[in-house]
Design a protein. Structure first.
Length: 266
């Protein structure tokens, strides 16, 4: 009779202790969860503050960069606008070294883009006014892509003698075209032919390279994608502002070309 209650009391005690241990474990888990939730809230608050500050900083940097780009671009336009002239304003007795025509792309079928066609067309008009000033076609000739060849063929079709059309096959950029016109072809006083949005940058580069230059606009029609070209030109002006400030950057290995010679040899 005395052993049975003793066994019952022992089992009850064990269940009570297990229950206490369980409640203790749950309490500790709850405490850890609450502490973890507080830590998570603190982490996300810190992350939000850091992210917000970084966002403001990035926005400020972008704003300052855009302001700097636009300031350089608009200043370049103002400083070169007076050197953009019309064909009628050119004087035949002025001693120009060449008429520099900048490339503007050839279609897959080998025909010139609208911009390129108009540049060559205006250059032929300027040639007719000035008489004997040679044309220098500057553009890309890589492999089968021969931009300058298309430019020369078109100029000859428009009445310019073939021997008066010189080719620069390595005018891969506006800066390179101007640099090579001076370094390779010896041009110091030039007329630049391109669309007006592009003229200002070319005129600025020419001045920084120590060349005397005026520009004639080849804007003969509206051009598809002009808004995109205008936006991209702001960045290009900014880039070439610093490139031109460095001055001549390369002793080019190409032998000099005499613009008084035969353009067919180029």
């Amino acid at each position: 009779m005395k052993k049975t209650p003793k066994k019952h009391k022992t089992a009850s005690t064990r269940r009570g202790r297990a229950s206490l241990r369980l409640r203790g474990s749950l309490t500790r888990l709850s405490d850890k969860w609450k502490a973890g939730r507080a830590a998570r809230r603190s982490f996300f608050r810190t992350l939000w503050r850091v992210g917000w500050r970084c966002g403001v900083l990035l926005l400020l940097c972008a704003s300052l960069t855009l302001t700097l780009v636009m300031t350089v671009s608009t200043t370049m336009v103002k400083l070169t606008s007076e050197r953009v002239v019309t064909t009628e304003a050119l004087f035949p007795d002025t001693d120009y070294d060449c008429i520099l025509v900048l490339g503007a792309g050839v279609r897959d079928d080998g025909t010139p883009s609208d911009m390129l066609y108009d540049r060559v067309s205006v250059s032929a008009e300027v040639y007719a006014v000035l008489g004997d000033v040679p044309l220098l076609m500057s553009g890309d000739h890589t492999g089968d892509y021969n931009e300058v060849g298309v430019m020369k063929s078109l100029a000859v079709e428009m009445g310019v003698p073939s021997e008066d059309v010189f080719l620069d096959h390595e005018g891969y950029s506006t800066y390179e075209s101007l640099y090579r016109a001076k370094a390779v072809f010896g041009a110091k006083r030039i007329i630049i032919i391109t669309q007006e949005y592009h003229l200002h940058r070319a005129l600025h580069i020419a001045r920084e390279l120590g060349m005397e230059a005026v520009g004639v606009s080849a804007d003969l029609r509206p051009y598809r994608g002009q808004t995109r070209y205008n936006a991209r030109e702001h960045l290009a002006r900014f880039k070439d502002f610093f490139a031109a400030a460095k001055g001549e950057y390369d002793d080019h290995p190409d032998p000099p070309v005499d613009l008084n010679g035969d353009g067919n040899e180029t």
